[in-house]
Design a binder for this molecule. Sequence first.
Ligand SMILES: Cc1cc2nc3c(=O)[nH]c(=O)nc-3n(C[C@H](O)[C@H](O)[C@H](O)COP(=O)(O)O)c2cc1C
Ligand code: SF4
Length: 404
Amino acid sequence: MILLNDARNIEDYLENGGFKALRRALEFEQDEIISEVESAGLVGRGGAAFPTGLKMKFVKNEKNTPKYIIANADEGEPGTFKDRGLMEKNPYQILEGMIISAYAVGAKKGFFYIRYEYREIAEKIKNKVKELHRLGILGNNIYGSKFSFDIEVVLGAGAYICGEATALMESIEGKRGYPRIKPPHSTQRGLWGKPTLTNNVETLANIPVIINMGGEKYHKLGKEGCSGPQLFSISGFVKRPGIYEYILGEKTIGEAIELAGGVDGNFKGVMLGGGASGYILNRDYLDMPLCFSDAKKRGVALGTGDIIVLNESVRIWDMLLNIAKFFEHESCGQCFPCRYGTRRMREIIEKIVNGKGTSEDIKKLNATARAMKIASLCPLGKSAMTAYESAMKNFHDELMEVIK
Ligand SMILES: Cc1cc2nc3c(=O)[nH]c(=O)nc-3n(C[C@H](O)[C@H](O)[C@H](O)COP(=O)(O)O)c2cc1C
Ligand code: SF4
């Protein structure tokens, strides 16, 4: 294991080489750290797969100060629970990654934003932050260097949208979690208008690994287009649901399901990349390697790395209705296409589930999907119809069977 090591206590973490990467990083120039991360090929594990080193470089190169860093642990995507496992089992590796990243970009203050429902974990992280202060690993002159850094733990606002980086910033600033219009990007104007680096907690846990191993060596873990370890939340109709760690590209979807005990029942399909904004796929995808570039070639995405397994008892329209209800509830309501579109989507799908769907309804759903994709302000509205569109492609006959 590279990420999911069990090191809940500082003694265990230090014994296994914990904070060695930080001590090493503090001897590097900031640009040297960033170039290690770039050569590692690490991309964000929060869903968008943005190159981490490049984002660090954007923040580092901004002249405006102070700069901030955010660890995103809002984890609201249905079917995603890997950040929870990581924070419970190996919290210091996330904190170490956060401190190294802060040093690399020149941030003196960080915020650890944790999903409201994970209150108990938030308390534990707060205690660990205090512990690191006592040990001189946080606070002034870390390990006797010129670098000073502090972390504040913030409990999330209890909304899926607050995981979106700019809504999250609004939330930290004490406002309603409305996503901001981009540009400017938060790397330029983030928290309180200052340059801000936002990373998923799993992304941050990779940083000490890269510093210890070296970017080039890390890059060799995996294959072209995807490198490093990734956590997968595997759930649904599978015999051993849980969090699994694999090197990217090493396993196919089918192999990952087998390693999770196999399907409970007869295989029907999977939802890949997130229970809300993910893709509903059929058996043709079982041989697809769990790798960003392979997914892209097949027109899908790994997203937050979850695989929800569906068996023959799952009716795809029922599943789409659940998803539509989720989006109607979680749309922040700031922009019309998503506020109204998510409601229309739920109403039409409900009509279909009740056996009253017509071909006109399918046309309306398609038009709603187009409008939301083009005109929604943030990725929530833009991706709300991904599940429907992918299901139409992969389960077309089943979906059209009930349409009059
Ligand atoms: C609706 C919505 C919810 C999101 N929720 C999360 C979340 O819970 N955790 C997370 O890390 N990123 C989430 N993101 C992605 C963040 O906006 C951002 O891309 C991410 O935190 C960047 O970190 P990374 O580059 O390490 O992936 C969400 C995005 C959207 C649109
Ligand atoms: S797309 Fe939806 S979630 Fe995003 S700003 Fe508009 S209403 Fe809010």
